[in-house]
Ligand binder design. Sequence first.
Ligand code: UGA
Length: 434
Amino acid sequence: MNITVIGTGYVGLVSGICYAELGHTVVCVDKDSSKITALRSGLIPIYEPGLEELSARNTAAGRLRFTGDLKEAVRGTDLVVIAVGTPPLPSGEADLSYIDGAADEIADALDGYAIVAVKSTVPVGTNERVRDRIRSRTDMPFDSVSLPEFLREGSAVRDTLKPDRIVIGSDSRAAAEKVAQLHKPLTDRIMITDIRSAEMLKYASNAFLATKISFINEIANICEKVGADVTQVAEGMGYDRRIGPAFLKAGIGYGGSCFPKDTRALIQIAGHVEYDFKLLSSVVEVNRDQRLRMVQKLETIFGGDLSGKTVAVWGLAFKPETDDVREAPALEIMRNLIARGVKVKAYDPIALPNFRGLFGESGVVWCDHAMEAAAGADALCLLTEWEEFARADLQQLQSTMKQPVLIDGRNVFKEEDLAGTEFVYYSIGRPSLN
Ligand code: UGA
């Protein structure tokens, strides 16, 4: 197939490169000329394991190219995949201006039949809006398909090449079958639905996963008070196949570019049809509070006053294996620490430049090494479960810190890891050690 992918963010870039890997001819389009220049010279603007090699291989094979010229890219194509951003508006609703813009440009560029698929996460009804917009500008035949994306950052290539399922929403059986054929080498679990169900299914999936996280975080908070261990509770729950073990890791709450945005958007979608999605509103509220529990734990340890203390932060990305810091819990936690007069020393294996860009220069000491951040600190907060931190030498850590206080926001360490050290150790939903 000839495939045109519009938008080279996470979803667009990974999908485009993976379609090329399947043997199709792919053109990735972006308005941002600096991105196109970088991509053409083999630089991948996001950190995603495996993506650079895949891009290089398929570019060299002549199956993959990058352009800023949408019109040229759409000419003669079989499938146009819209993968532009839908950032949140201040109200929480998804901003559809990039989607609308893409629809208009596609309409003006179509020179024959094509399938137009929307991969961006969009509110129910958006695919119909795209279809109507295109139809109002061109007489060219086309079909609309909703093609929600379920990849995770950090494992995006694997998720795309080995998905749990492919969902295709369309009112054209023939178009849906063609898109199903395209994905057949990836999985047998291909589900064809109506357009609105496909759109809803994507939000419902993210909202459910976010609910699991907030649920286990609240269980963790109760565990702390009743003297239970949330990791054991979650493990035991997970053995029940109806519950499953995934997304039951207690911590400092979910972040990233999807769960916070999509949960708020679904609350808005429900609100528009006068439905108060109470459960999801609570999920969002629990997630906000969970971040601040880290700060409260520190306050408890230091008798309520953190001013003048030095706190090291290990981990700024919203999760490991990514340099993405959008809605990372570290943002909120560090802002709160600074507001309480804390001197923060921060380190992350790869996300530091992005974090600095978003956070601004508000007196944080940015460090190039984990131990450098910990040196002289009164306490250390571990906020992202990078492998590097799990392997840290805790004896060395203790001797470099001013006081051995460790708040493990991701339950990385076990009791035996701390044996022989004098750490005052707090984690999430597990007994504290001191
Ligand atoms: C999420 C979904 O998992 C993908 O299926 C979906 O395609 C994507 O959003 C999207 O809509 O584009 P992603 O945001 O990359 O993917 O990251 P996740 O691995 O889902 O993690 C999200 C957050 O939840 C992270 O902050 C992580 O630390 C947190 N989390 C995850 C927990 O706190 N506990 C868990 O047990 C699992």
